[in-house]
Design a protein around this ligand. Sequence first.
Ligand code: GMT
Length: 366
Amino acid sequence: MKIGITCYPTYGGSGIVATELGMELALRGHEIHFISYAHPIRLRTNLDRVHYHEVDVTNYPLFAYPPYCLALAARMADVAATYDLDVLHVHYAIPHSISALLARQMTAATRRLPFITTLHGTDITLVGVEPSYFEITKFSIESSDGVTTVSDYLNVRTREVFGVQKPIETIHNFVNCDLYKPAPRPHADRPRLVHISNFRPVKRPLDCVRILHRVLHEQDVELWMVGDGPERGPAERLAHDLKIGSHCRFLGKQDRIDELLPQTDILLLPSEHEAFGLAALEAMACGVVPVATQTGGVGELVSNGLDGFLEPVGDVEAQAARVLDLLSRQTLRARMSRAARDTARARFCTNLIIPRYEKFYTDVAR
Ligand code: GMT
């Protein structure tokens, strides 16, 4: 099929899922057209059948806010006509599905251009429930030709919040288990914790620093903080104030998460909300045990006590205790590491999930 994909191209789970999905589909013979305002960070355009179309957003003095949504719609319609697209797949409801709706209308005289919206989390739980975006988010979901969510939790939440009647399909996030896998560790002088996020308040990265502080009372350990965003500065200051700066490295944005994760032992995911928790899945595929919060759809991925731990949001003591347990009990850590890898392989590998998207495209296009 010929598929147009639109996502936020920056660091963030929805853009990563969209990009990995497009590349996997291309490997399976589909022709993929990414349409966005910048080159998606994980996109390798040297792959056959992968194209990237940039959206130019011309500004004028009259525009207090450049109308990206319109420029995107026009580009989608243009790409659809030029490359004869079968379907558009947009990730994150606002504004992408409204642009897709406009593109569908713009091209209606000459083609059928159905569009699928995949909901990822904050597009529903934070942005969508804002009074200024509520009605348009609901409208965009109802207007989509197909809707998917990345977890059952988000599926249920979308119905509850927006009163949507149409079917919504859950297609869980996926990981390439051939790329994300355990790797031999150079002899490390101390165990390593890792946190990966876009450092927004919803991710609670300051809790990671607090957990580290608590763990350091009993065990020498290092924490890698990967990513960037508004809470990075406060997290760095907290590490400095708690005098644990030498144990806490802020690595900024990293491209090769698949190379970095196997060099760590435990992933910290202390989020306030998490529709799925892609970082936990990528970690588990590498045999890195997640210590996460019991929130949203994380429980669909992590089985508490088997392949990771789930503790209440904000309970730094409980999360630190789990980390200490894993660090001090080598056999427990080895067993949970194997179980984490097994879960990723058995339930979330690309070869299981990508065919579900392919079937969904076919059904919607039909
Ligand atoms: O909210 C974020 O951290 C980014 C966001 C996104 O859309 O870019 O992530 C959401 O989508 C990811 C991929 O599907 C999920 O794994 C995350 O759980 C989800 N984040 C939240 O729900 C907070």
